[in-house]
Design a protein. Sequence first.
Length: 252
Amino acid sequence: MTNTQERTSALKSDPRMKHYFGSEDERRRMTQTMFDEAAPGYDKAEALTGLGSGAWYRREVLQRNGLKPGMALLDVAAGTGLVTVAGAELVGPQGRVWALDPSPGMLAELRKKVDVETIVAYAEAIPLPDAQVDFVSMGYALRHVGDLNLAFAEYLRVLRPGGRVCIMEISRPRNRLLRGLLHFHIGVIVPVLARLTRRHADVQRLWEYYGDTIEAALEPELILDALRRAGFADVDCSVTLGVFREYTGRRP
């Protein structure tokens, strides 16, 4: 992997990742299979590990960052629709929502919850026309993007002038104590709770991967720099509890 590739990938070069894949093609095949297999049990595990706080937090983040009734929303890496549902509620019947994800299994679970347009695709190649949406959201999936430059360029392309991007992500806390607690939560507490779901083996494997990608994720400054290089203005990052980050920007 070249230095340029390291800067554009959401995951820095890390020995943990070699345990999962050795190339971008392998990464895509592995993650699609992993997400497809975990899809039926994903929401149960997320509800347990999020302790019921997930839905209201996602809605509050979207609303605070400018998602309003009547807007056109693209939710990238939508998964089972945890962000999509909140977004659809906020834009209302006058709005329009697309949910994009490379996992057909995840999108099948999403369609059980909410009636929106679904797209099987990657963030780096969004099959929508230019200037099509008012708001691009992404919930806790940036670590799974192979090329940030391509993805952020696509976000900018599909946004209308003045449109906004809001990326929710989990990052390594700078505080050692918080970092240790997060590692314990992901590495110990989550697997135990995942065993309470019917699909616990598949979900546990996915959460183990989550934990490793958090450790191998790029630093926030590099993500902000990639947003600026893509052409976004008013780029910013806020953090809650030292773990939950919101990367935002506006298409000029």
